[in-house]
Ligand binder design. Sequence first.
Ligand SMILES: C[S@@+](CC[C@H](N)C(=O)[O-])C[C@H]1O[C@@H](n2cnc3c(N)ncnc32)[C@H](O)[C@@H]1O
Length: 251
Amino acid sequence: MSGGSAMDVEFDDFAGWTAEAVERLGLDHAIPAGCRGSASPTALAWLAEACQLSSGTRLLDLGAGVGGPAAWARRRYGVRPVLVDPMPGACRAAGRLFGLSAILADGLALPLRSMCVDAAWSLGVLCTVDEKYELLRELHRLLIPGGPLGLLVLVAQTADPKPAPEGNSFPSQQELVAVLTNAQFSVVEQITAPEDVPSSWTERAGRVDQVIREAHGDDPRFQEAEEQNRRMRELFRTGQVSTQLIHARAW
Ligand SMILES: C[S@@+](CC[C@H](N)C(=O)[O-])C[C@H]1O[C@@H](n2cnc3c(N)ncnc32)[C@H](O)[C@@H]1O
């Protein structure tokens, strides 16, 4: 991971706060609140169809966070998810929210045998690590030959996006394609993530945010996460980054 404490707050402390808030509001809030990589049901559906997920597909979710996307894919497509995240709070929250057991590990050195999954996702992760090639090579090692990879990546549209949120390392489009090619993936298709999200989804995510704010708004860690979010919103507002969905295939 390329950042320090801001990332710990965002991916570790916030994970536990999210689980607490969902337990108060009801489990129907878990998936919308548990998709922390900017994924929406429309983005997830695009990735799931592109990767041809189906019942029984062994789907690796690398950098799974609190498990929202993996839980969504299990519910909608009947996949068998394998979650990995380096943050203990995120792994615990995946268990609390979805009953999913997550492997606590760094994506650069996965404690899993080669060719053990049929498909892989990594959503909102590649843009938080400096070692993009190494992460992609691990994904390649774990995938069966020709296996599909679904990525959600925040891609830089300008040379040096500012104000930079701590711990992010946005690739340019050229860098993204080059690193995928070097890691022996070919891009099958790429789209800008659809912006339409049903309000029933955003309202549930918003209610969870509100409960977290009420409980932890005075906490400096919450304020640090707020500042990260403010910078991220500014990058989107000014068009300096965009959310890309990529379907790639291992060769
Ligand atoms: C923006 S969150 C996305 C979480 C989840 N994929 C989602 O879409 O809700 C990025 C995730 O990447 C994880 N991450 C960061 N560095 C990683 C690494 N080296 N290996 C695996 N996961 C990593 C973080 O812990 C965090 O959970």
